[in-house]
Ligand binder design. Structure first.
Ligand code: 0RA
Length: 671
C-alpha cells in the first residue's frame, strides 16, 4: 500500500488497464487518493469554499496560518505578507525554516511533502498544542500549491538557502541549494491559477490588511507587515503588533463609542481538561483562554469569538461559558450589594446590551460544528471559560465599585426596556402589521413557494421597481420597491426604520420574524438581493439595509442569504455591438476592443437603475446567467453597521468627510 503511493496517476491508470492484479485491489476512491493533488483541482470548492474572490483569499490565509503556527510554537515573531506585481503573493517568516533533509527512502526533501501531500501539516498532531485546524482553514499548503499556476518556497537554514519550485502542484525544479544565509526562515511565493479562479486572480489589499490586523490582535507575539507592491512607485504598507492582545482589539472596536467602564476587563490564562488518548491513557490537555470586554452606552452587542484564530461566527461552548459567567457575576454582585429592588432581575440578555467583547481560545483538538462549521462543539470548554472569566469579572467588580454600579444600572435599564417592550408587543400583537395582511405592500411576489429557488429583489425607487417587475422572471423572482428618500433621512434612528411601510413589507415578505422571534427556517427566499443605484444615496440605503439585517435578522447574513447586486455603470455601443461595463477600468478596456477601437462608439453612463429599460435591467443585473451578485459576509455587515453608526451618529465631521470622499465615487461600495 505504502509503496504503491509512489506510483504516478498515469502509472496507476496504465496498471489498471493492463489488469495488474496489485493495482486492481484499489477501488475508485483509493485511486483518487493515489492521484495526489488532482482531487483539489477537480473540486477546489471542497477545499477552499469557493473559486470566487473569497476562495482566492483563502490561499493567502492558508499560507499565513502555517507561519502563525510557527510563531505560536515559539520560533517565529515576524511575518511579512506582500502582494507583488502580477498579483503574486509572498509570505515570509523568521521561523526555523521548513525541514530540508532528504528522506532516506524516497530521496525527496521533507518540505516537499508539505506542498504535495494532501492534509500534511493540517491536522492536529500530538504534542503540537496549537495547530490551526478549523473549518475551511488548515487544509494546508498543498491545497494552495495545487491551485497555483506556480509556487516557490525558499528556506533559510543551516547557513544556506534552499529553493524548490512547483507548477500546478507538480515539482518542476527539485530542491536546490544556493546562496548563504545568516538567518533562518521560510518564504512562500505563489501565483493563483487563472484556470481555477475564473472570476479573478486579483487580491484585495484591504481584505488582506484587515485579516492580518485581526491575526495580530489575536496573537500578541506576532508582528505582521503587509505591503502592496503592485504599483512599484507607490507601495502601500501597514505593520501590526499588539502587545496587549485582544485587550487592544476591544480598545480598537470601542474607539468610536462612548465607553461606560474605563478599564477593559481582561483575562489571559490556561485551563486544563483530561482526555483519553489513543492508547487509552488519561492525559491532561491545555486550553489557552484570552478574553477582553468593555461596555459602551449603545444598544448593540459586539461579541466576537475565535478558536485557534478561526472566527466562530456561530458561537459555541466558549461563548456560552463567557455569557454564563458574565450574567452570574453581575447578578451575584448586584444581589450581594443590594442593588436590586423588589421584582428586579438581571437576565442573560440584559448583560449583553452595549457590550464589546473578544473571546479567543487556543484548543489542541477543536470540534467545529454548525451550518458553516463555525461553532465550537467541545463541551469541556464551557466550564473552563466560565471559571476563568468569572474570576476576572469578580475581581474587576470588587476593585471598581463605581464602574460596577454603573454597569448594573445599565443592565437594569436594559431589563426594564426589555420588559416594557415585551408588554407593548404582547398588547399590540394582534394588531401588529407583521402578523396580519393589512399592509399595503408593494411586493410583487414570485410563483415559486420553494425558498431554495426563490429570490427577492429589494429595489431602490419606484421607477426601477417598475422596470424590475416587468423585466423579472416571475416564476422565482419577487420584487419589493423601496422608496429611497424615505429611508435616507439623515440621523434616522434604526428603530424608526421599523415604522417604515416598505421595511415592514420586507420583514413580512421574508417571513422569519426579527430579533428574538427570528426563525431562519421560515425564510421564504434564500436569496435576498439589495439593488440600489451606484451613487451616494444608493450606498446609504444599502448600508441602512445591511445594518438592519445585521442587527435584527443576523441569521440571514450568517446563512449567506443576503446579496448585493452590481448594476453596470456604462453602456458602450457601436452599430450592432453593445456591451456593459461595471467599472471605469472595464470601460477603458472595452474602448480598446477592436469592436470599438477607433470607432465612433457611444457611451451612456447610467446614473440610476431607473434609466434602464426592463430588458436591460434583466440582462445586466437580474439574469442569473449574466448578473453579478456579491454575497454579503458577516464582516461586511459589521463594517456597514460601523459606517452606519458613523453616518447617523452625533459626530458631524466624520460624516462630512465620508460623504465628500464618496460623492464622486460611485463604484466605491465596500462590499
Ligand atoms: C516542521 C518542522 C520544522 C519547521 C516547520 C515545520 C516549519 C513550517 C513552516 C511553515 C511556514 N513556516 C514554517 N516554518 C517552519 C523544523 C523543525 C526543526 O527545526 O527541528
Amino acid at each position: 500500500m505504502e509503496e504503491n503511493k509512489e506510483l504516478t496517476a498515469k502509472e496507476v491508470e496504465e496498471a489498471l488497464q493492463q489488469g495488474n492484479p496489485d493495482a486492481n485491489e484499489y477501488d475508485a476512491s483509493e485511486i483518487k487518493i493515489l492521484k495526489g493533488l488532482e482531487p483539489v483541482r477537480e473540486r477546489p470548492g471542497m477545499y477552499i469554499g469557493s473559486t470566487g474572490v473569497t476562495g482566492l483569499h483563502h490561499l493567502v490565509w492558508e499560507i499565513v496560518d502555517n507561519s502563525v503556527d510557527e510563531a505560536l510554537a515559539g520560533y517565529a515573531s515576524h511575518i511579512l505578507v506582500e502582494i507583488l506585481p502580477d498579483n503574486v503573493i509572498s509570505v515570509t517568516d523568521d521561523g526555523r525554516g521548513m525541514p530540508v533533509d532528504i528522506h532516506p527512502e524516497t530521496k525527496r526533501p521533507a518540505l516537499e511533502a508539505i506542498f504535495t501531500v494532501l492534509h500534511a501539516g493540517g491536522k492536529f498532531e500530538e504534542g503540537s498544542a496549537y495547530k490551526v485546524s478549523g473549518g475551511l482553514h488548515g487544509v494546508g499548503a498543498s491545497v494552495v500549491n495545487a491551485l497555483s499556476e506556480w509556487l516557490e518556497v525558499t528556506v533559510s537554514r543551516n547557513g544556506k538557502q534552499y529553493t524548490e519550485r512547483f507548477e500546478r502542484g507538480i515539482v518542476v525544479n527539485d530542491m536546490y541549494e544556493h546562496d548563504t544565509s545568516d538567518h533562518t526562515g521560510t518564504k512562500v511565493s505563489f501565483k493563483a491559477d487563472y484556470e481555477i479562479f475564473h472570476d479573478t486572480t486579483v487580491f484585495d489589499y484591504e481584505t488582506i490588511r484587515k485579516r492580518m490586523q485581526e491575526t495580530a490582535f489575536l496573537n500578541s507575539v506576532l508582528t505582521i507587515t503587509v505591503v502592496d507592491r503592485r504599483d512599484p512607485e507607490n507601495p502601500i504598507s501597514n505593520e501590526y503588533h499588539y502587545d496587549g492582545g485582544v485587550k487592544e482589539y476591544v480598545e480598537f472596536l470601542s474607539s468610536k463609542k462612548n465607553i461606560v467602564n474605563k478599564d477593559i476587563i481582561y483575562t489571559n490564562t490556561i485551563g486544563t481538561y483530561e482526555e483519553t488518548n489513543q492508547e487509552g491513557k488519561q492525559v491532561k490537555r491545555q486550553v489557552a483562554i484570552e478574553i477582553a470586554m468593555q461596555y459602551n452606552d449603545g444598544y448593540n452587542t459586539d461579541v466576537y469569538s475565535f478558536v485557534n484564530n478561526v472566527n466562530t461566527h456561530e458561537g459555541g461552548y466558549h461563548e456560552a461559558g463567557f455569557k454564563m459567567a458574565l450574567q452570574r457575576e453581575l447578578k451575584k454582585y448586584a444581589e450581594d450589594n443590594k442593588l436590586l429592588k423588589k421584582d428586579e432581575e438581571i437576565t442573560g440578555e440584559d448583560v449583553l446590551e452595549g457590550l464589546v467583547a473578544i473571546i479567543s481560545i487556543k484548543h489542541p483538538n477543536p470540534q467545529f460544528e454548525g451550518q458553516t462549521k463555525s461553532k465550537l462543539g467541545n463541551s469541556e470548554v464551557r466550564p473552563l471559560v466560565s471559571q476563568a472569566f468569572g474570576e476576572a469579572m469578580k475581581r474587576y467588580l470588587a476593585e471598581h465599585p463605581n464602574d460596577a454600579k454603573t454597569i448594573i444600572e445599565k443592565c437594569l435599564l436594559a431589563s426594564r426596556a426589555r420588559i416594557n417592550a415585551r408588554k407593548a408587543r404582547e398588547a399590540t400583537r394582534r394588531k401588529s402589521p407583521l402578523d396580519s395582511l393589512m399592509l399595503n405592500s408593494k411586493l410583487a411576489d414570485c410563483r415559486s413557494k420553494d425558498p431554495s429557488l426563490s429570490e427577492m429583489y429589494l429595489v431602490e425607487g419606484d421607477s426601477a421597481g417598475g422596470s424590475a417587475k416587468s423585466g423579472r422572471n416571475s416564476n422565482y423572482q419577487a420584487i419589493l420597491p423601496l422608496r429611497g428618500k424615505v429611508l435616507n433621512v439623515q440621523k434616522v434612528q434604526l428603530a424608526r426604520a421599523l415604522e417604515n411601510n416598505e421595511i415592514l413589507s420586507m420583514i413580512q415578505a421574508i417571513g422569519t420574524g426579527i430579533g428574538e422571534d427570528f426563525d431562519l427556517s421560515k425564510a421564504r427566499y434564500q436569496k435576498i438581493v439589495i439593488m440600489t443605484d451606484a451613487d451616494v444615496d444608493g450606498e446609504h440605503i444599502c448600508i441602512l439595509l445591511l445594518t438592519f439585517f445585521f442587527r435584527f435578522m443576523r441569521g440571514l447574513i450568517e446563512a449567506g442569504y443576503i446579496y448585493v447586486a452590481k448594476p453596470p455603470l456604462f453602456k458602450i455601443q457601436f452599430g450592432k455591438s453593445l456591451d456593459y461595463a461595471y467599472s471605469d477600468e472595464q470601460l477603458e478596456q472595452l474602448k480598446r476592443d477592436p469592436k470599438y477601437a477607433n470607432k465612433r462608439f457611444e457611451i451612456q453612463r447610467y446614473k440610476g437603475l431607473g434609466e434602464m429599460d426592463p430588458a436591460q435591467l434583466w440582462e445586466t443585473t437580474m439574469d442569473p446567467a449574466t448578473r453579478t451578485l456579491v454575497r454579503v459576509h458577516l464582516e461586511d455587515a459589521m463594517i456597514a453597521d460601523q459606517t452606519f453608526e458613523m453616518l447617523m451618529g452625533e459626530e458631524v465631521e466624520p460624516r462630512k468627510v465620508y460623504i465628500q470622499e464618496h460623492a464622486n465615487d460611485a463604484s466605491n461600495l465596500d462590499i
